[in-house]
Design a protein around this ligand. Structure first.
Ligand code: AMP
Ligand code: ZN
Length: 102
């Protein structure tokens, strides 16, 4: 998607450091962290939100990524958050999962 900030990060049009990457997704530190560690797990495929998921294998792979990332970052206790839709606070219309740990 041309006008999507996360697609631009994936395509290196906007510089950002990946803290994790696999076949299905990548992860970056949130630019405006709301916890000591605030990581965004982002599928490589542009999917607008939870409401647009059709391949639920993706959901499994995102949860595997969360496990890998939290292990890598030595996080045992954390919150996850998925905002779906503008009225629920979704600002970037490319599916992502927040990992928040203090
Ligand atoms: P949401 O409100 O669920 O759509 O969350 C979008 C998140 O993306 C917010 O927490 C922003 O701080 C974060 N964000 C926006 N632009 C960037 C960026 N360039 N790099 C890292 N995080 C970003
Ligand atoms: Zn996108």
């Amino acid at each position: 998607m041309t006008d999507c900030i996360f697609c631009k990060i994936l395509n290196k049009e906007i510089p950002s450091k990946f803290v994790y990457e696999d076949d299905c997704c990548f992860a970056i530190n949130d630019i405006n962290p709301k916890a000591k560690k605030h990581i965004l797990v982002i599928p490589k495929e542009h999917i607008e939100s939870l409401n647009q998921i059709t391949d639920f294998e993706l959901v499994k792979n995102l949860f595997i990524a969360i496990r890998n990332i939290t292990k890598q970052e030595n996080i045992t206790d954390f919150k996850t958050q998925i905002n779906t839709g503008k009225n629920a606070g979704q600002e970037v219309m490319h599916l992502h999962i927040h990992i928040l740990a203090n």
